[in-house]
Design a protein around this ligand. Sequence first.
Ligand code: SAM
Length: 299
Amino acid sequence: MPSPTPAPPEATWGPSARAPHRDGDGIAGLFDRAAVTYDRVGVDLLPAAGRLLVEHARIAPGEHVLDAGCGAGASLLPAARTVGPRGAVTGIDLSPVMIARVQQHCAEQRQDWVRTHVADVEGPLHPLPGRPADGYDAVTAGMLLTFLRDPGRVFLGFRSALRPGGRLAVSWWGEEAPGWARVVEATRPFGSGTREEIETAVPGQNAPPTPDLVRDLAHRAGFPSVELHEERLETTFRDSDHWWEWTWSTAARAFWESVPRERLPAARAAAESALAALRAPDGTLPYVLTTHFAVCHRW
Ligand SMILES: C[S@@+](CC[C@H](N)C(=O)[O-])C[C@H]1O[C@@H](n2cnc3c(N)ncnc32)[C@H](O)[C@@H]1O
């Protein structure tokens, strides 16, 4: 569940003071558990954001792309279709289960121009096998920013992985439609964690940045030109069960996992009563999420 809180109070967006990997297996474990249903519950938000990221990055046939934090392939798969067999896509992710999903899909599609690695973008990024000598044409990183300990260092690493003239394209969630903050408010008392962790629904996650903060971050990492885009992505949950299934399929499951098991029914009931106010006359739950994109040009 993305945060309704749009920006951290600081003027810059840098290393987070979070306790890393509080739950033992940390982000990799969280996404391993989410991966089974991740973007498989009939909600098109992540795939739509992935397709838009590839469009905004202007990925072209024959290009070599690194997709960082590729997850189940929301941006990797459209990038692979776009570059085609004359190009190449390398996907990296901390979660072995996410990587296995991408590998299985690409094997079924016979996309042998896709390589994947279980790797940490906060570690040294090269040499990854298959990296072109002068660097990638583009690096994409969809919905990764808020999980990084030190986004400034990661942006520097992305810059050095790009060829001169290459692009870094990143995306991140913004605000939910009015009213949805009440669902977070209603369930907040049932979870544990620091205020920021609960607001962002993910232990260890940073609050989402503003577009200006991402532009500053890119400038400081040596990207002189940054394009910003904003889109409103819409979906409809069939009912509250569908919403419940979706929220567990995302990183927001970290919040629900922090609720003591015996309190989970009460937490869900609190969410259900907040959801009642958001229900359309036909019983469905319309949902809108602002989505941000930044395309950073290396000269
Ligand atoms: C919200 S998901 C986004 C996945 C995909 N890019 C998408 O748009 O659906 C974030 C992904 O980043 C991965 N991730 C988080 N921190 C990472 C790191 N330091 N290195 C590599 N992958 C990381 C997670 O395992 C997860 O698969």
